[in-house]
Design a protein around this ligand. Structure first.
Ligand SMILES: NC(=O)c1ccc[n+]([C@@H]2O[C@H](COP(=O)([O-])OP(=O)(O)OC[C@H]3O[C@@H](n4cnc5c(N)ncnc54)[C@H](OP(=O)(O)O)[C@@H]3O)[C@@H](O)[C@H]2O)c1
Length: 224
């Protein structure tokens, strides 16, 4: 795969309005990709439009809203090659007794959004000429702490979902008797602050390598 394989690919950045979404959008547009930046707040999407992204307001925890989003993009002739899933957030503390249902429900929205987007855009992702899907997980999955048990549990479940997606990509290619074109990757990081550009670069560089060499990999961003 050439360095320019990302050029003209379309990447949906899910939860694009934070610092990591801005950095990723800047890097993707700079590499020649088209970006669909998704968030819940139109105002917060404005800086992404200034970078060249198409902004889409959507609550990704709503299956119906994700279906409507896919319909809008498909009606405009846009198919999604890549997905960078950034919907996240952190709540915790208070040891095991402090792991409230309220915090769990908040954290779980990230996994729900991931499930909705990958299911709804499955056909796009699996048939893309060169597609890359990635999530940002946490070092807490390998070393969960009592005060972050809810968070680590949700991140572990998100990682399991990505491993399953990776299996789906591999199996689809095998069944079709074709080389793999889609890959799913997990980035783990302890803290993202000031690592946003590293994440963006790492994600963009996924297109430099054949899908089967990166599919199902877990990349420790702190060590990359
Ligand atoms: N920050 C860290 O230190 C750290 C450490 C390890 C892993 N991570 C992971 O890295 C990823 C990115 O981190 P981050 O801090 O940039 O994420 P974030 O700020 O928590 O989330 C990114 C954006 O997602 C949007 N969002 C939230 N719920 C949404 C929904 N239902 N539908 C659509 N958009 C939604 C929010 O924008 P709107 O409010 O505008 O919709 C938010 O700006 C997350 O998965 C996070 O868990 C972060």
């Amino acid at each position: 795969m050439t360095e320019t394989a990302i050029a003209k690919r379309t990447v949906l950045v899910a939860g694009a309005t934070g610092a990591s979404g801005l950095a990723a959008t800047r890097a993707l547009v700079g590499a020649g990709a088209r970006v669909v930046a998704v968030g819940r707040d139109a105002r917060r999407l404005t800086p992404l439009v200034s970078l060249g992204a198409r902004a889409e307001v959507c609550d990704l925890t709503s299956e119906q809203a994700v279906g409507t989003l896919a319909g809008r993009l498909h009606d405009d002739g846009i198919r999604v090659d890549g997905l960078l899933h950034l919907v996240g957030g952190w709540r915790g503390g208070g040891g095991i007794p402090g792991q409230s249902d309220e915090d769990y429900r908040f954290l779980e929205q990230s996994l729900t959004a991931l499930r909705h987007v990958t299911r709804t855009f499955w056909e796009d992702l699996v048939t893309a000429p060169a597609g890359r899907t990635a999530i940002v997980s946490s070092t807490a999955v390998a070393r969960p702490l009592a005060g972050g048990a809810n968070y680590a549990a949700v991140k572990a479940a998100s990682e399991a979902w990505i491993h399953a997606l990776a299996h789906g990509f591999a199996r689809a290619a095998r069944d079709a008797g074709s080389p793999m074109t889609a890959a799913a990757v997990i980035y783990r990081v302890r803290a993202l602050a000031e690592r946003e550009d590293d994440l963006a670069r790492a994600y963009v560089s996924l297109w430099d390598r054949p899908a089967d060499t990166v599919n199902d990999s877990v990349v420790e961003l702190d060590e990359a």
